[in-house]
Each structure stands twice: as structure tokens, then as C-alpha cells.
Design a protein around this ligand. Structure first.
Ligand code: ACO
Length: 283
């Protein structure tokens, strides 16, 4: 359901010092947050709703209960749709739309907070998020090979974009499980922290990002992510155009403010932190 409550996803908006942070919680804990067609439809609506929600300036994607996401629902997404091509196509479209098309260049910062199991199809949204912080004891695995399929959907592509080929092939072909510490070591996540610090670390990162100019963050994310697959000359041209677009879109006038604070007021050093965005910050 758009603009409201969802069958398989919970939304929680923080207030006070964390205002702007919205938690998006996959909410099928009894099925380890495996992704049913309904969950895909709900997540399409959730991301569309939050994109224009003024209370939401940053998303944290996490899971209810013991799991982050146990991959596609083997019963509801696979077996039950085997002989229903139209329903399969609709679910597959929704699955790709929210986990990659929408999430990879979402206009607000996104953090994956990996609180537990992350298997198979769950890797797609993990890699699509801008940041990932995992519990050290979270369990990861490309389990597809264990029961007779390959990492399809978009998993193999997301995986090989994110990891060196050696690691990607190893994980996909062995199907072995690994923990959050290993996920950090191979750079599948930014960092792994003890479970009791997971929320705190995630909020600390969110607070840092919430202090920055949102338009500049949006443009930076899109530029860095999109430029990877563009040839050099077009990349230079694209970045030039993106910079112009950002200055036009940035109603705060961040560039001029930052320059004036550094060059005229001598009140700050861009090497060490963000410029003062408001009069209160400046005082
Ligand atoms: N699809 C459908 N149901 C699932 C899935 C899934 N991917 N994962 C868990 N469930 C269900 C179980 O069937 C079980 O349901 P039931 O209570 O009706 O029997 C319930 O969730 C709890 O699962 P358990 O296995 O009892 O929980 P446990 O904590 O012992 O293990 C684990 C969790 C490791 C995640 C295990 O359930 C598992 O291996 N799941 C499959 C993970 C997987 O291979 N995912 C990739 C799918 S393929 C893809 O995404 C492309």
C-alpha cells in the first residue's frame, strides 16, 4: 500500500537528534526476511514514497529479527510462480526495480545495516546501498550453487562490480558462508562491528551524512557510481555537466558559502569538515 503501512516492510522515522533518518525494515522475521513477491511490491512503493518524503533525508535498510535478508523466497518467489509466467514477470520486474534500478542511485544516502543472515538475492540490495555496516557475527553466503541454481537476477553482475573477480568467483562457486569480519576484509561491507555496537555505529555514520549538503551528496553519489562504466572522454564531459547541474539544483549555494567561509571569513578549513550550512552553525 502506498503512503501508509505495508504488509511486509516497516518504516520508522527518527526524531530529535536523528531527525531525517528513516529505518526501512524488511519485516518477515519468521521467514528470515526472504523476499516474497509482496515484499518486492511493497519495497517499490516504500522507496517511491520516501523519495519525496520531507521527513526522510537518509535511509537505513535493515531486517526484523535474526536476519537481514535470506534471499528470494524459494516458495513464493520461485516454486509457486514456476507455471505463472505473467505473475513471475511482474514479480521479477519489481524485484529488480527496487533492489537495483531505484536503490543504486537513490537520491538520498542509503546505509545497509546487516544485522544477521544475508543470502543469495540479498546481495543485490546490499551492494546497491551506498554504505554497509555489518554485525561481526552476521552470516553471508551465495548459497545458490548449494541447491542447484546460479546467482541470477542481478546478483552476479552486482557482485562482480563490487568485488575482485577472485573473490566473486570463489564465493559464487563454493557457496561457503562467511561472517561480517570476512565481509569487511573483502570490502563487501565498509565495516563490521560487534553486534551491540551495530546500531550506534550506523547512527553515527547517519549523523555525519545528515550534516552535509543533501544536493551535493546526491550529485556526488550519482557521479561516482555512474562514471565507472563510462569511457574517459565522456566521463570528463559527464562530470562537467553534472557539476553544472548540481550548482543549479543546490538552492543552498554550498559552493559559494564554502568558498566565502574559507577565503573571506577564514572561518573554516574544507579539509577537516563541512562548511557551516546555517547561521547557527556559523555563530
Ligand atoms: N525462502 C523461503 N523460506 C525461507 C527462506 C527462503 N530463502 N529462508 C528461510 N525461510 C523460512 C524457512 O523455510 C522456515 O520456514 P518454516 O518456519 O515455515 O519452516 C523459516 O524461514 C525459518 O528458517 P529456518 O531454516 O528454520 O531458520 P534458521 O535460523 O535455522 O536458518 C537460514 C536460517 C540459514 C537463513 C536458512 O533458513 C536458510 O538456509 N535459508 C535459505 C537461504 C538461501 O539459500 N537463500 C538464497 C535463496 S536463492 C536466491 O536468493 C536467488
Amino acid at each position: 500500500m502506498a503512503n501508509g503501512s505495508y504488509e511486509t516492510v516497516k518504516i520508522e522515522r527518527d526524531s530529535g537528534p536523528n531527525a531525517g533518518l528513516t529505518w526501512v525494515i524488511l519485516n518477515r522475521p519468521e521467514k528470515r526476511n526472504a523476499m516474497s513477491p509482496q515484499l518486492h511490491f511493497d519495497m517499490c512503493d516504500v522507496l517511491n514514497e520516501l523519495e519525496s518524503d520531507v521527513q526522510t533525508r537518509l535511509l537505513v535498510l535493515t531486517g526484523a529479527g535474526e536476519a537481514w535478508c535470506a534471499g528470494q523466497d524459494l516458495k513464493l518467489y520461485f516454486r509457486e510462480l514456476d507455471n505463472k509466467p505473467a505473475e513471475r514477470a511482474r514479480a521479477a520486474w519489481a524485484s529488480h526495480y527496487w533492489r537495483w534500478q531505484k536503490l543504486f542511485t537513490y537520491p538520498k544516502p542509503t546505509i545497509a545495516m546487516v544485522n544477521g543472515f544475508c543470502f543469495g538475492g540479498g546481495f543485490t540490495q546490499l551492494i546497491a546501498c551506498d554504505f554497509a555496516i555489518a554485525a561481526e557475527d552476521a552470516k553471508f553466503g551465495l548459497s545458490e550453487v548449494n541447491w542447484g541454481i546460479l546467482p541470477g537476477g542481478f546478483v552476479s553482475k552486482a557482485l562482480t562490480d563490487a568485488l575482485p573477480l577472485r573473490d566473486a568467483v570463489w564465493l559464487a562457486m563454493t557457496g561457503e558462508t562467511f561472517d561480517g569480519k570476512m565481509a569487511e576484509k573483502i570490502r563487501l561491507v565498509n565495516k563490521a562491528v560487534p553486534r551491540d555496537k551495530l546500531r550506534e555505529e550506523t547512527i553515527a555514520l547517519a549523523q555525519r551524512l545528515l550534516k552535509l549538503n543533501p544536493e551535493v551528496l546526491r550529485a556526488t553519489k550519482i557521479a561516482v557510481k555512474n562514471v565507472r562504466s563510462v569511457p574517459h572522454e565522456q566521463a570528463a564531459d559527464y562530470l562537467q555537466a553534472k557539476s553544472q547541474e548540481m550548482r543549479f539544483q543546490d538552492k543552498e549555494g554550498g559552493r559559494a558559502k564554502g568558498m566565502s567561509q574559507f577565503l573571506d571569513d577564514k572561518s573554516y578549513r574544507p579539509g577537516f569538515g563541512p562548511y557551516a550550512r546555517t547561521a547557527e552553525q556559523k555563530a
